[in-house]
Design a protein around this ligand. Sequence first.
Ligand code: MRU
Length: 370
Amino acid sequence: MNRNNSDGFETLSWTGAGDGFLTLLDQTRLPNEVTFVNCDSVEDVWQAIKRLAVRGAPAIGIAAAYGVVLGARDEKMLGSGDSPKTAEQGCRAALAACDHLATSRPTAVNLFWALDRMRGVIATVGEEPSAGRVAERLLAEAVAIHEADRAQCAAIGRYGADLLETLGPTMGIVTHCNTGMLATGGDGTALAVLFALNERGMQPHVYADETRPLLQGARLTAWELMERGVHVTLICDSMAAPLLRDGKAQAVIVGADRITARGDTANKIGTYGLAVQAKHHGVPFYVAAPTTTFDLSITSGDEIPIEQRAPEEITEAFGRRTAPEGVEVDNPAFDVTPAELITAIITERGVIEPVSEEAVRAMVDPESTQ
Ligand code: MRU
């Protein structure tokens, strides 16, 4: 096992100064191999996001921010074959990098939020003496985004554990997809809550949905929870309903890729079904997400762009075809859970409960409600 920091492993790390490179833990190889990929061009980062080497809403945003640093010195971004040398060229290349990275995946708003932060810095660094200095300034912003996410994860963990510890010392909790260290710059969102409960001496029994079709639950969540000594049972997605019926879980907790102003929440496909099942069985359904995952420019979940992924993710498995050639496939990567099915949203600033547009705006953008 390759461990390179005190928390265990680094999902994302930057080596060097503005002329350095980004290293990503290649999540497509887990749990069988812990291998890392180095990115030293914008295209490397774009490909890593697209093929899910790095995934999870906050982690995608952080990776993209580092990608913009690479952009400030990437000759492909100028379109002329020249390497950026002046600050003006560095800024132009970095802006082109923002535009390109924005096309990698459409649903997680953290990507667009991080790129907007980087654009904000680009707008202020035109007077620097060189493209290299622009890259340095952009690196400082990317590191700030990364560090802030780490702190946000810790706060989500604390607020969430305060909320869930009332369920008793050995509560069963269902989760979906992967929302841990692999998905963020810190301990995670929903998984940070479970880690925090565990660290408080509670013994949550986590039921991890395998998460069809790409098995983030089986490959990543089960692995992370086992690494951190949390009791985990892996289940097929279709097992959650009978499990909730039988009273084996007292809560469901998931992450989010985009939350609208009224609280409608896009998350990994299967989340909506799980929320319906939780409602039916009277089990509270929690969403854990940093405020960077909210998109207050939209109100209804219908406005969230949902990524369609390749049909092969469903028609192939175990290295071979598992569906007839030519079959029609629908493969949305996310679905939207309406706010009325969500008991509470746990953020780094506190808990939104009950979920309403007024409560969301007051937590995420308090100035707008004053
Ligand atoms: O397609 P993925 O693996 O990027 O989807 C990830 C999820 O849906 C997560 O639940 C979400 O990003 C929250 S991560 C803290």
